[in-house]
Design a protein around this ligand. Structure first.
Ligand SMILES: Nc1nc2c(ncn2[C@@H]2O[C@H](COP(=O)(O)OP(=O)(O)OP(=O)(O)O)[C@@H](O)[C@H]2O)c(=O)[nH]1
Length: 621
């Protein structure tokens, strides 16, 4: 890529152009409730799936944290009557909790720590998008070791084997799908809020919720029963902490939603990254309780880190749920205070252009689905949307449906020597029954025996695709493949592609444009890190520091710098220990975004400029 004249980096970078926003940032305050569309007829669509991401979950130890003082009291939960739960303005709180975010609190930085870097990253994205020459033909998984000799010949076969497929268009009447990740500081109430919303939308029946309520009470965790709708493992329920990404779907009149509920605890950031890298939008859940918002937002709090990460991973649309409003009596002053601090950060530092703030209570269900009644204290000062209305207003994402097929494997649901049942996301292209595909990086040839959108309704996750339909970019799918597989070798982070020119060639070496986060130790040649991208996690080494770049202009500041201090922007060469499924951002955005973590912190994020696939070039002439 030519850098003649420098990159067109500009502090006043136009996010609107790059992300399709309008200039008129809609503000819901002051809008009458009547102006906001009412969305009462949401259809129940599906329940939840917990994706098993073994590498980043249960084995990790959570540090002890002090008690949280603002919880729904165990004995003070509203009683569940025969009707759907009613919002309760007089809902009380109390009780203790085994965990709290307070330990992570330090000081709020006085100056924007990452603003230029994030802007720089956005500028990088824009530039490579413009330079794109042709349509490019869940917890992350450690890359398994593969035999390089066998793999090379298999990859050669894939590159030289064109696999035919039919051109397809998504039916024009199909509802757009929105994938959104739910993020926020530990204990902000993410799972409770989403679980309650699924219940109110009719995706989870009352019997199930009652069962969870009783079981949670027995375990002394009665305030967590809505969270149990998403937190399905015993360990999560005992600890009251989300550890893995939980998936769920629901459908409204206009949209299909796929939720990825991410863990808030910093030990599980890699799992959160997996969710974020598959999402079009984010729901950031903030705890309005005094002291808790501050803990989450201070340096080291996950509100800040999550927001920066999701933006760096290409998520540009965000809705902020200001949760636990019941703990502050739905006070306008506190809401405004949070809005002012957080909006400034999200816009100025993280680079989001449009942010919608919605006051809610996940535990009582207020303002999630039904508008607040006129007598509600919040209605004195808030006439904006309910949470579901705010989600309905997220723009539909553009889908690269006619690009070369790229399907990222999130989970292996069933695995035998001849059949694979996978949970996956189509990032580009489309797929249907009978298609011949390759499973990278091993380049195993496979035939699609079943593929369908993952919107199951059963309590337990399915193991196989139940039907066959054409699935397109953006769809979360279940797919069944027939072939000859080495079971252990198929993991999350594998990518399904076609052969020939559309083949995704695994490689180890990448030139990447990164922004360095607020790191205590500079990045140097030889720095070891974990590279995260889509569902992948691979050990890597910084092999070369090519140059540092000017934040404003993108011009080369210094060739071959000796180190990259915090907040710098640079072009580096990374090498993974084994070949991985990534490609240039200009060819496929979801496969071209990476973040680097070392010693438990995120040290950089960036986009792939070049994937050095020599074998690809040689074979294709
Ligand atoms: N008072 C009150 N308590 C809430 C509300 N929402 C959640 N909680 C409580 O906050 C605690 C944490 O809720 P979770 O839903 O597990 O929080 P989380 O953000 O999903 O937690 P992690 O995923 O582990 O970070 C539970 O005790 C909930 O009952 C709310 O709106 N009001």
């Amino acid at each position: 890529m030519s850098r003649k004249g420098g990159y067109d980096y500009d502090d006043a970078y136009d996010y609107d152009d790059a992300y399709g926003y309008d200039d008129d940032d809609q503000d819901y305050y002051g809008k009458s409730q009547e102006e906001v569309s009412t969305l009462s007829n949401y259809k129940a669509s599906a329940s939840t799936t917990k994706t098993q991401y073994s590498n980043h979950s249960a084995k990790q130890q959570i540090q002890e944290e002090p008690a949280v003082s603002h919880r729904a009291g165990d004995d003070e939960m509203f009683a569940m009557d025969d009707e759907a739960p009613r919002p309760s303005a007089s809902f009380k709180i109390g009780g203790g909790s085994p965990k709290s975010p307070k330990k992570q609190a330090e000081t709020i930085p006085t100056e924007p720590a990452v603003l230029p870097q994030v802007q720089q990253l956005r500028a990088m994205e824009k530039e490579v998008s413009e330079l794109s020459l042709r349509p490019a033909s869940t917890s992350p998984a450690r890359v398994p070791k593969v035999s390089s000799v066998a793999k090379l010949s298999a990859v050669e076969t894939a590159i030289t084997t064109a696999t035919n497929h039919k051109q397809r268009q998504r039916p024009s009447g199909a509802k757009p799908a929105v994938n959104f990740v739910v993020v926020g500081h530990v204990d902000a109430g993410k799972s409770t809020l989403m679980g309650h919303m699924l219940y109110l939308l009719g995706c989870v029946n009352k019997k199930t919720v009652m069962k969870y309520k009783q079981e949670a009470q027995k375990m002394g965790k009665s305030s967590f029963y809505y969270a149990w709708i998403l937190d399905e493992t015993d360990e999560e329920r005992t600890r009251g902490v989300t550890m893995d990404i939980a998936r769920a779907c629901f459908e409204t009149e206009n949209r299909k939603y796929h939720i990825l509920d991410a863990p808030g605890h910093r030990d599980f950031i890699p799992n959160m990254i997996t969710g974020a890298s598959q999402s079009d939008a984010a729901l950031l859940v903030i705890c309005a309780t005094r002291g808790e918002f501050e803990s989450g937002f201070d340096l080291g709090g996950q509100t800040r880190e999550h927001a920066l990460l999701i933006r760096a991973l290409g998520v540009s649309h965000i809705v902020v749920a200001v949760n636990k409003m019941d703990t502050i009596d739905w006070g306008k002053d506190r809401f405004d205070e949070i809005d002012a601090i957080l909006r400034t950060f999200l816009v100025r530092q993280a680079g989001f252009t449009k942010t919608t703030f919605v006051p809610v209570s996940g535990i009582s269900g207020e303002n999630l689905v039904q508008p607040l009644p006129a007598s509600h204290p919040c209605r004195k000062w808030y006439n904006g949307p309910t949470l579901i209305e705010a989600l309905e207003q997220l723009p539909a994402a553009e889908r690269p449906e006619n690009m070369p097929l790229r399907i990222v494997v999130n989970d292996v649901l069933k695995s035998t020597a001849n059949v694979l049942g996978l949970s996956a996301k189509v990032e580009a292209g489309h797929i249907e029954f009978g298609d011949k595909v390759f499973l990278m990086p091993r380049a195993d040839l496979a035939t699609v025996k079943g593929v369908c959108i993952d919107d199951h309704t059963g309590a337990a996750p399915p193991t196989m695709a139940s039907k066959s339909e054409v699935c397109f970019a953006g769809d979360q799918i279940l797919i069944t493949l027939a072939g000859n597989f080495e079971n252990e070798a198929i993991t999350a982070g594998n990518v399904i592609c076609r052969g020939g020119l559309d083949c995704l060639v695994p490689c180890k070496r990448f030139t990447v444009r990164i922004v360095v986060f607020d790191v205590p130790i500079p990045v140097i040649r030889g720095t070891k890190a974990e590279l995260f991208a889509h569902s992948l996690c691979a050990p890597c080494t910084v092999k070369m520091l090519k140059c540092t770049l000017d934040k404003a202009t993108g011009e080369v500041l210094k060739e071959k710098p000796r180190c990259l201090p915090k907040n710098s922007t640079a072009l580096v060469v990374l090498e993974t220990d084994t070949p991985v499924n990534l490609e240039a951002y200009s060819k496929c955005k979801p496969l071209g975004r990476i973040s680097l973590r070392a010693n438990g912190i995120t040290i950089a994020a960036g986009i792939i400029d070049t994937a050095h696939t020599e074998v690809n070039a040689a074979l294709r002439g």
